[in-house]
Each structure stands twice: as structure tokens, then as C-alpha cells.
Design a protein around this ligand. Structure first.
Ligand code: SF4
Ligand code: SF4
Length: 349
């Protein structure tokens, strides 16, 4: 995708972060576990070259109530300065809210009425230097937008339009995951901040507006159980260390790097440590992956093919493995050298 280059060189930037969509705040909590970089590193200016960052997130802010809301109102009045707008949670359809509202943040000082998240998005997204959707709910609708939900909720690009461009010329940046993998979000934010400082080219995004270096590969391609798959050796229950495709893993068709990256500081994950991949980063999540603990339809075909080829390869490998586990016969403590040593240089004549 081609993007317009942005204006370089912001010295200071605010991050206005709302988690008042249809949200559990899990992405905010997740990001506090990041180390590459940590939120503290970014906020305290530990990374050279970045703009000075002022973070406004309700879970982490010192301010409460109207004091916390002040920056959002200032931004809406163009009085705050450049800001990145981070949206967490899916966006309800307020056209079908009856007499009330689905989700709101703060009150309108003039009317005393709650200001819906949708109203905040309308006010702030067009003024934001960049707009970032954190988590699958904000990116694509997620669990709250599953079949049968009453709010008609959706992802940010469904609400603003997939062609939306921020004031900095960027499309919406989606960092999906339920919750988002901590370092995935912080790396993305770091790129956007470097871009805002004029130190990085436009962030590379795929068709679903995901950073390509994070979501360009599948779970399966990074899974350390892939060798079991390749040998047709499948788990029959959830206590097995083998490939879990027959007990519900969707890894082969899901874009996510958690099997490669781990969860916190390289520790944890999903299929790599025994939890089936339920496709939580995907636009089709959750409906297209349910019921989670059934074998995915494609898994039956691929595992049947591997079931023929795999045992044959496994037998050959186990024979070679037996050989590789034995030392060569010339390693002994007998009187004769049997290593095959053949001296070409026999000394001076
Ligand atoms: S557990 Fe899932 S991701 Fe891992 S090898 Fe098996 S199918 Fe692939
Ligand atoms: S491996 Fe699957 S379940 Fe785990 S975070 Fe990635 S997409 Fe979600």
C-alpha cells in the first residue's frame, strides 16, 4: 500500500488513549508487561530521538474524573498540540441505542450528558496525528461483535472507513490480539513515534492495516511443535507436548507471532506452550473459529495427509537417531589406533 509521507519532526506528542469502547481494558493491562520497549522507557524519555510523550490512559493516569478528561476536551478544541489517538474496545452502533447509549466517556460540560465513544472518535480521529486501534475489538470488532450481540458493534476501520487518513497522513494502524501481545503494541507505537519524530519511513501495513513485520507470518510457521505436525504426530488430549491441530489449534491459518515471540519477555505463548490457537488476532475472530475446541476443518485434511507420510518419515528418522546416538567405534582405550589416521608428513630425511 502506498502512503503519503508525513510531516517530520514533532518534539512533543500526547497519547490520548480511550479504553471506553466495548472493552475489558485487557490491552492496557497487557501493555504494562512490555519490555521492548517498556511503557516507562517511552514515557520517561529513555529512548533517544523520540518526541517527549505525554500519556493519557485512565488505568495509568494520576488524574481522575474531569482532570483526566481535560486533555481530551483540549484536543477536541485544538488546544492540546499533536496527539496520537489510541482506541481500545469495539465501537458500538449508537444508531440503534434507543433512548440511551452503549458506551461513553466523560460528560458534556454544557449538557451534562455522557459523551459517547463514537462522538469522541468523530471529534478526535480527524485531528489526530495518528490513530491506532489496540486489540482485536478496536481493530475488527472482536468478541463483542460476535453473532447475536445486541450493540451492533464494529472495528474502528468499519466505523471511520478503511480509507481513513489521520492528520499525519497515516491510515488507521491496527495492532490486533485479544489481548494484544505487549511488545507487539510497544514496537508499533515506537515506530509511529519515530515516524512522528521524522526518523522513520511510513509504517508498513498489510491490507488489514496490521504491521507487516509482526503479522506477516502464521502461528504455525513459528510454532516449536511444527516438527510433530510434519511427522504426523498429533496430540489426542491437552496434556500432550505434540502438535495440537486435532484438538482445536488454528495456527496454520492464523497471522500472529506469539509462538515465535512468547508472551512476556519471551516466556509463554499459546500452542508452543500447550494452548490451542483460537485465532484471536484475526478479523474473523471469534465466530469463524468456534467452537474453539473442535478440530479445524482444514486440520482433518492436512493431518490425514501427514498421517500417511509422517509415520514413514518418523521410522526413518528414528533409525538414523539410533545411529546418531552411538559414538564411532574408534573411540576406545585399546593398544592400537583405529581412527584411520594416515600421516602424510613423516619427519625430516
Ligand atoms: S500446535 Fe498448532 S501451530 Fe503448533 S504445529 Fe500444531 S497446528 Fe501448528
Ligand atoms: S497464537 Fe493464536 S490464540 Fe495465541 S495470541 Fe496468537 S492468534 Fe491469539
Amino acid at each position: 500500500m502506498g502512503f503519503e509521507p508525513m510531516t517530520p519532526g514533532l518534539d512533543e506528542v500526547h497519547i490520548l488513549w480511550t479504553s471506553e469502547g466495548m472493552s475489558c481494558d485487557g490491552d492496557t493491562v497487557s501493555v504494562t508487561a512490555a519490555t521492548l520497549p517498556s511503557l516507562e522507557d517511552v514515557v520517561l524519555g529513555a529512548i533517544p530521538g523520540l518526541p517527549k510523550v505525554h500519556l493519557h490512559n485512565k488505568v495509568l493516569a494520576y488524574e481522575t474524573g474531569d482532570d483526566f478528561m481535560a486533555a481530551f476536551h483540549q484536543a477536541a478544541r485544538d488546544e492540546l498540540g499533536p496527539f496520537i489517538f489510541v482506541v481500545e474496545g469495539s465501537i458500538p452502533n449508537e444508531n440503534i441505542n434507543g433512548d440511551g447509549y452503549w458506551s461513553a466517556m466523560g460528560n458534556d460540560p454544557e449538557t451534562g450528558e455522557p459523551i459517547t465513544v463514537n462522538e469522541w472518535i468523530d471529534r478526535l480521529a480527524p485531528k489526530a496525528w495518528a490513530v491506532v486501534a489496540i486489540g482485536t475489538c478496536a481493530a475488527y470488532g472482536g468478541i463483542h461483535a460476535m453473532a447475536g450481540n445486541p450493540t451492533g458493534c464494529m472495528g474502528l476501520a468499519d466505523y471511520l472507513g478503511w480509507d481513513f487518513r489521520s492528520a499525519g497522513g497515516l491510515p488507521i494502524v491496527n495492532v490486533p490480539g485479544c489481548p494484544v501481545q505487549p511488545d507487539n503494541f510497544m514496537e508499533t507505537l515506537l515506530w509511529v513515534l519515530h515516524q512522528a519524530a521524522g526518523l522513520a519511513p511510513p509504517i508498513p501495513l498489510d491490507e488489514q492495516l496490521r504491521p507487516t513485520w509482526l503479522f506477516g507470518k502464521t502461528v504455525h510457521e513459528g510454532c516449536d511443535r511444527g516438527s510433530y505436525y510434519e511427522q504426523g504426530d498429533f496430540a489426542k488430549d491437552y496434556n500432550s507436548p505434540k502438535c495440537q491441530v486435532k484438538v482445536g489449534c488454528w495456527g496454520p491459518v492464523v497471522n500472529c507471532n506469539v509462538t515465535k515471540r512468547g508472551w512476556m519477555d519471551g516466556v509463554g505463548g499459546c500452542p508452543n506452550v500447550g494452548g490451542i490457537c483460537i485465532g484471536c488476532t484475526m478479523p474473523g475472530f471469534p465466530d469463524k473459529f468456534m467452537p474453539f475446541m473442535d478440530e479445524p476443518p482444514g486440520g482433518t485434511v492436512s493431518s490425514a495427509l501427514m498421517g500417511v507420510y509422517g509415520p514413514f518419515i518418523r521410522t526413518l528418522r528414528s533409525l538414523t537417531n539410533i545411529t546418531a546416538n552411538k559414538e564411532p567405534k574408534w573411540r576406545h582405550n585399546e593398544d592400537a589406533l583405529t581412527s584411520g589416521y594416515d600421516p602424510h608428513w613423516t619427519g625430516r630425511k
